[in-house]
Ligand binder design. Structure first.
Ligand code: AMP
Ligand code: MG
Length: 418
């Protein structure tokens, strides 16, 4: 599957900035084109394949926004009350039996079509009924008040949902409002997922004393599924270059993306980089990001490969910044950079200039009613508890070297990242 051209760019410089890497991914990864039709009830999270033009206006007919009395605005005085007989009644789901004649009001309910002749509706709370059963209307209501004109929400023919949109529940509601029962979406992105490392044992298998259970694979699997991917969980590969080369070559043709974790650093037992160079070509290796840094991106027989670091926190952070944009690009969906929300820092932190850092934090309401983030007390990239026990990440841009309490920082909640 030729999703990324081999010659797209050479490995430039020792470390690539996050923005540069994201830009390269967005511009160079080729979107999958194959589509499928899905029923509305399974369309959540799928990527719309083509623009959806409104087949009918919303609302489809002009109707009342409230329970009340429909009138002709030309009958209303500038000042003072106006008493009118109530002629007719129109309920949601049916048309008025006759048009509204001059000098009269019609009882109307929310969602009912406006009777011909009427252009304004008084809310029932704003009027009273006199002893004769006539309605007493106050002055000062604007022409057209409490009326929902046909097409005010979406006019017929307008692009209601654009191609490339990752469908949300409200988008599906819109399709249903048009009377559609199914939507044309991009087929799921197929990802081949491997963990690498001799020290890893799969949960459910025996663990030797010097081994730990493979946790990254399950985190990545869950994250990929949240992005709508179809994931082939291919288990654990040993730290052997030949085995890695064989494995990635074997899956390249049948997947849109190959994802590995571990073995991507510079140690003698880190073989992923060499394996990518041998099976295909390396596109990016080190990124100016912490936690993270060693991230390999390459191309194997036209299929992009991302090698994430093994430390769980580094794996999580680089997934968000490299894998997520890659999956979005493969699905032809617009890159969706999470906007960090400004909040007050409740901690001190020093960092080096020139790299992007992500600090694990908890968000809380401080005593003065201002949202404030507090740093997780420990920093190791191997601490799974630091991801489990926090609410999100504070993003510290490349130029920043110091954060002090009271300063405004950008907070990214985990829910906005994955
Ligand atoms: P590496 O990137 O292979 O140098 O691994 C860095 C650290 O992450 C080591 O302590 C590994 O044991 C650990 N690690 C690597 N892969 C995984 C994994 N799949 N699950 C949990 N920990 C891992
Ligand atoms: Mg390793």
């Amino acid at each position: 599957m030729a999703q990324l051209s081999d010659d797209c760019f050479a490995f430039g410089g020792p470390m690539m900035s996050v923005d540069e890497a994201v830009g390269i991914i967005a511009s160079r990864v080729t979107a999958v084109r194959e589509t499928e039709t899905v029923a509305l009830d399974t369309a959540d999270g799928r990527v719309l394949a083509a623009d959806l033009a409104a087949p009918l206006p919303l609302p489809p007919f002009t109707n009342s926004a409230v329970d009340g009395y429909a009138v002709r605005s030309s009958d209303l005085p500038q000042s003072g009350e106006r008493v009118m007989p109530v002629r007719g009644r129109v309920q949601a789901g049916s048309w008025a039996a006759a048009p509204l004649g001059p000098g009269a009001a019609m009882r109307i309910f929310t969602g009912a079509p406006m009777p011909a002749g009427a252009d304004t509706v008084f809310m029932q709370e704003d009027v009273r009924i006199d002893a004769a059963g006539d309605v007493v209307l106050p002055s000062g209501l604007k022409v057209g008040a409490n009326v929902r004109p046909a097409g005010e929400d979406i006019p017929q023919g307008a692009v209601a949902l654009a191609a490339g949109r990752r469908l949300r529940p409200q988008d599906i509601a819109l399709a249903a409002a048009f009377g559609l029962t199914e939507l044309e979406v991009i087929r799921p992105i197929r990802v081949a997922l491997f963990s690498t490392g001799n020290e890893l044992a799969s949960p459910g298998s025996p663990r030797a004393a010097a081994q730990l259970f493979d946790s990254n694979r399950f985190m990545l699997l869950a994250m990929l599924r949240r992005l709508g991917c179809e994931v082939a969980d291919l288990g654990i590969l040993r730290d052997e270059r030949a085995a890695l080369v064989r494995a990635v070559k074997q899956v390249a043709a049948s997947h849109d993306l190959i994802l590995t974790t571990g073995g991507v650093s510079t140690g003698e037992e880190d073989h992923v980089k060499a394996a990518v160079e041998s099976a295909g070509s390396l596109v990016l290796w080190r990124m100016a990001i912490k936690p993270g840094r060693p991230v390999a991106m390459g191309v194997v027989d036209g299929t992009p490969l991302v090698g994430l670091p093994g430390n769980p926190v580094a794996s999580f952070v680089t997934f968000v910044h490299v894998v997520r944009p890659t999956v979005f690009a493969l699905a032809g969906t617009a890159p969706d950079p999470a906007v960090a929300m400004p909040v007050r820092a409740g901690f001190t932190y020093k960092k080096k200039a020139g790299r992007r850092e992500y600090v694990r934090v908890n968000l809380r309401m401080a005593g003065d009613g201002t949202p404030e983030v507090v740093k997780f007390p420990r920093e190791g990239a191997g601490l799974l508890s630091s991801l489990v026990e926090t609410d999100g990440l504070v993003e510290l841009g490349e130029p920043i070297t110091l954060v002090e309490p009271g300063q405004t920082v950008g907070f990214l909640g985990y829910a906005s990242l994955i």
